[in-house]
Design a protein around this ligand. Structure first.
Ligand SMILES: [Zn+2]
Length: 183
């Protein structure tokens, strides 16, 4: 009787690779968080992650915790009194995530779907976050975002844009649909 002698490299070790990098994974998660926002105009999501790639907290732009979101105005018309603008009530994704985190955010990195505004930049820098990874920087030409970048530069916080590969969303979509087919 032949005794099976596995050859080197054949002992149940196979070539494996993840379908998604950590950068892609957490940006997708931030995008999913933004999907939960009820803001009709701007939906933003974020995820704070530690050096071990463990999620620490997440958030999206919405009302203050415990407030019925159907009871606040969601309009963005700045010509009316502030009590009738969303700006009087809505908390940004980063502020929400920071306010309900039960752990320190020191040395975490944050994935955000939109470059943080200067108010959130103050909070992020105060938490001593180490890196910002963002998807969109569409307000880059505004004083608000220039202030944000100055705050990050002065605090030694790095920031970089993540460009998702064009095939990522179709691949994910196909994968999720495939899961449903197996139900
Ligand atoms: Zn903000």
């Amino acid at each position: 009787m032949d005794t099976y002698v596995p050859k080197e490299g054949q002992i149940n070790y196979i070539d494996v690779s993840s379908q998604v990098s950590w950068d892609e994974y957490f940006m997708l998660e931030a995008m999913l968080a933004s999907f939960k926002s009820k803001d009709p105009n701007t939906k933003v999501g974020c995820v704070f992650v530690d050096k071990h790639n463990h999620q620490v907290t997440m958030g999206y732009n919405g009302a203050i915790a415990g407030v019925d979101e159907s009871k606040i105005p969601w309009g963005n018309d700045r010509s009316v009194s502030m009590e009738f603008q969303k700006y009087g009530y809505v908390m940004h994704a980063e502020a929400n995530a920071i306010s309900h985190s039960v752990k320190s955010l020191e040395s975490t990195r944050v994935y955000v779907t939109l470059f943080p505004c200067n108010e959130c930049a103050k909070l992020i820098a105060s938490q001593r976050v180490s890196e910002i990874i963002y998807l969109s920087d569409k307000y880059r030409d505004t004083p608000e975002i220039r202030v944000s970048k100055k705050i990050f530069d002065l605090s030694g916080i790095s920031y970089r844009q993540l460009k998702l590969k064009p095939d990522l969303i179709p691949r994910l979509s196909g994968y999720l649909s495939g899961m449903l087919d197996q139900v």
